[in-house]
Ligand binder design. Structure first.
Ligand SMILES: [Zn+2]
Length: 411
């Protein structure tokens, strides 16, 4: 494969890519569970785009009563491998978007994308239309040049990523469509210079603690139990204990250690002279995969029991607001991670793979033992007003995919 020549062909498609980005992003695709119509119409546009180029695809319908069509569509284009056809390299992009949020905060109409200063502003332009358009153009070029790699190449346009992928990737995983022998590139997160390739994440846990004491007048504290005092004391000891006990570091991550932070604190009494009978606060924890969430919870319960013994009459509760257990990381030595790091580095940007604090869709794949890397070149403007995609990044990302694929040639 003449990568240089292919990359030049992509650069020459710049204006067409911009036009397609604008046209596609004008079609509403807000997730139905975020108050929108879903991605059905936008998926029709993608299917027409492939039809016009005689590129075949499969459509997987997943029933969903939340949309008027009654189904969510998932579209997959397959280019069969030259050597093996029982394993695939996937490119996974999601077609649904979040809602616009407060329209007042947008400088332009989020559903009328606008080109300005080398960027295209509009809802979903970065998350995840950048990936939808760039992978479509890579796919088109491979078809027109009749280029195949050693294994199957599969371009998957997914429904329902923004509210958990139940009607998208998870449904297709349940069908067994993506296998542990496969690998996936998920261009749905990244960094400004495109140097960071995400291969791992920490467990993400949000806990809500409630300390129940007894309300009284602050001048007569002997008649009550001050939940605020106990809660603050407990919170500080909790954070310090967890940081000391779970202190191992893993250089794959930034920061390299698990994090335990007291965060949200809820309002208690309405007056400065009232002894609070209840204290409620939260902790955000990002736990390295080397520790299990369960073992951390055991430490937390042990400390709570000690407080209940030390302060007779109180009762403490803890509940999970969020719990995502870290899957086994994708090895930085896997073919997909190495190929991507190499391809990026060839552009002059020193690339590296690593982990983040959690919450990417790569986790769903990794949890099923499928090696997955999350990567794109972007400013991380997703889910915020004035979201934009940088046009140069659309060209750059597509070119990097092509040089990744070159590394699968006959390997
Ligand atoms: Zn996304």
């Amino acid at each position: 494969m003449d990568v240089k020549k292919l990359q030049e062909k992509i650069a020459a498609k710049r204006e067409q890519m911009i036009a397609d980005m604008i046209e596609m992003s004008s079609i509403p695709a807000t997730n139905p569970r975020m108050g929108g119509p879903g991605e059905y119409e936008r998926m029709q546009w993608i299917m027409r785009w492939f039809d016009q180029r005689n590129i075949p695809y499969e459509v997987y319908e997943v029933p969903d009563d939340a949309v008027k069509e009654g189904v969510r569509l998932n579209v997959i284009v397959t280019i069969p491998g030259t050597k093996v056809q029982d394993r695939s390299l996937w490119f996974i992009s999601h077609v649904d978007t979040v809602g616009t949020g407060d329209l007042e905060l947008w400088d332009t109409d989020p559903l009328k994308p606008v080109v300005k200063d080398g960027r295209i502003y509009g809802l979903g332009c970065e998350d995840n239309s950048q990936s939808v358009i760039t992978t479509m153009y890579a796919c088109e070029l491979l078809f027109s040049e009749e280029i195949r790699i050693d294994r199957n190449l599969r371009f998957y346009y997914a429904a329902d990523e923004e509210t958990g992928s139940e009607y998208g990737m998870k449904a297709l995983l349940d069908k067994g469509l993506i296998q542990p022998e496969d690998e996936a590139i998920v261009p749905d997160g990244g960094s400004h210079d495109g140097a960071f390739v995400e291969v791992a994440e920490k467990s993400q846990v949000w806990l809500k603690f409630t300390v129940n004491g007894k309300t009284a007048h602050a001048a007569m504290p002997q008649l009550g139990i001050n939940a605020c005092y106990i809660g603050m004391k407990f919170g500080v000891e909790l954070e310090e204990t967890l940081k000391a006990v779970y202190s191992e570091e893993d250089p794959l991550f930034n920061p390299p250690m698990s994090t335990f932070e007291l965060t949200q604190k809820f309002a208690n009494v309405a007056s400065p002279n009232v002894l609070p009978g209840k204290d409620i606060f939260c902790m955000d924890m990002r736990i390295l995969p080397m520790y299990s969430v369960d073992e951390v919870m055991t430490s937390i319960h042990r400390l709570m029991e000690r407080y209940e013994k030390d302060f007779p009459g109180i009762h403490m509760d803890v509940e999970f607001l969020t719990r995502t257990d870290a899957p086994e990381p994708t090895s930085p030595e896997s073919k997909v991670a190495r190929s991507l790091v190499e391809a990026i580095s060839e552009t002059g940007t020193k690339a590296y793979s690593g982990g983040i604090g959690g919450g990417t869709c790569g986790a769903i794949l990794r949890a099923r033992k499928i090696p997955a890397v999350v990567w794109a070149t972007l400013d991380d403007t997703c889910h915020s007003p004035n979201e934009y995609v940088i046009i140069d990044n659309m060209i750059r990302d597509t070119q990097i995919y092509l040089s990744v694929l070159d590394k699968y040639n006959g390997a």
